[in-house]
Design a protein around this ligand. Sequence first.
Ligand SMILES: Nc1ncnc2c1ncn2[C@@H]1O[C@H](COP(=O)(O)OP(=O)(O)OP(=O)(O)O)[C@@H](O)[C@H]1O
Length: 567
Amino acid sequence: MSRPSAKLCAECFPGALRPSRTLRSTAPLRGAGAAREKSYTTRRNGISGPLTRRDQGLSSVVSSERLALPLRSSQKARGLATTGSDLATSKEGVLEKKNDGPPQDGPMKEYDDRVQSGRLRDDPYQRAIIQNLQNMYEALKDYTPSKVIHPTVESLDPQPKQSFFGSFFSRGGAGQTSKLTIPENLPEGLYMFGDVGCGKTMLMDLFFDTLPPNIKTKTRIHFHNFMQDVHKRMHVVKMKYGNDFDALPMVAANIAETASVLCFDEFQCTDVADAMILRRLLEILMSHGVALVTTSNRHPDDLYKSGIQRESFIPCINLLMSELNVINLNSPTDYRKIPRPPAAVYHHPLNEAAEAHAQKWFDYLGDPINDPPHPDTQIVWGRTIKVPRASGKAAKFTFNELIGSATGAADYLELVRHYNAFIITDVPGMNLNQRDLARRFITFIDAVYESRAKLVLTTEVPLTNLFLSPTDVKDELKKDGDDSDLSDAMRNLMDDLGMSVQALKNTSIFSGDEERFAFARALSRLSEMESKEWVERGMGIGMNEKEGKEDREAWLKTRSHWSEDNM
Ligand SMILES: Nc1ncnc2c1ncn2[C@@H]1O[C@H](COP(=O)(O)OP(=O)(O)OP(=O)(O)O)[C@@H](O)[C@H]1O
């Protein structure tokens, strides 16, 4: 049966008839991105100095000192679209959070309040970013997203066969000029990037919490979880209409229906499956009038750096550069490194005391009286993950059991949905030869951190040497053959407990920036997760029954990430 092409068109998206900006994905959109270019600075652990090659690659970075940009005329545009996104029911029960909180004054006022009450330190770099978030808030106050128009099944039927990658990267026009249009009145989104621990997520959350009340639907989600959900939804649609069916527009329309503001934490692309659909996905979302805000550890130019078919991903980078305000949070402070009382959740070496340590925490975080330790299982995509010891909401694994039975982000996300405390014993020091194990373990640490769960470890070596021994680093640095570099890097290494980001940047141990960031972030997160505040949150320590209950509820609320609630 011959059916119309699956190319997105005005017929599927009548929004094209509204005043709009047309996307042309093939022509380099650098012009638009470059137009926003102001100047750039670099943050290397607070050390200023000549720009490195990588820094110079940040050609379109807007320095946070210069970020108080005027609103665009489109941001000022009012009332061009009709109301339509104030529906709050999600078809598949995911993705949406209804915004029916009290009217707010916006992120700037909230930041001031938190600084005044001592909850935040005043940080001039963050203030510059907040000014941009405040601008977006002002634009959103006058924004009425138009009604989402869902594509028809006929319009999405299969296109003629192409190569596997080719068909995904180019469907709907990555390789051609797309007919998608973005409404003129859509407030310009934000892409905030910067080093680990400098406050990107905190700023985005603050913005999310203070969105104006006219924004009826909003979602804040970890990007990993978001993409997982998108793939799941696509799978469901394809099961229904066939493998060649162009599921993405349908899925994107459903998402747009549930979120007129979409905030992504830790935007990244490490996976060809994501790379294949990202540009179209974001483009369709914006064409439905979804305003995007995202945090990332990297500039758009550095996304998917050594990925398969990287060149096909360039239109996605161009889209981010042209449609979002790309800003660098170059704060020199890693807030996670600010000393906090350690709660001794990590123990090394693997001696007799280590097992006692693990048991003590398992008893404390689990529920040995009502739910004595027992084996448990969780199912991910039809696969079984064995949990050797579970009690209450705590799970205890040896490192080998964990890495052997749960091996990827999907598994770890499933685990953090079911448990809120993890005791992992016998963690070995990992060196160059165990990169794979280290990668998996870092993914696990990220999942635990994101879900605000608690983590107890017994390790062979101190945490700072966990993924890399000083000998590895020394050997690696020697390869440079430059003594001054070597001593500098080694001094950094020693000064910063052997693990400064700068020293890592000088080595080739990690196969790319993606890994270096993941590694540095994991260490930063581990240090936050050993703080007394982290460990005691929700445990009601030193509180009466009522306070303890409130403390627990507040903590469970911070854990109630989108995926946890809804998947
Ligand atoms: N101005 C501040 N004063 C006090 N604490 C802060 C401030 N900014 C951020 N923090 C705290 O520092 C920690 C790290 O911040 P956040 O998670 O936002 O960093 P990030 O840049 O998103 O890091 P990553 O890239 O690793 O996700 C959080 O606990 C956050 O609440």
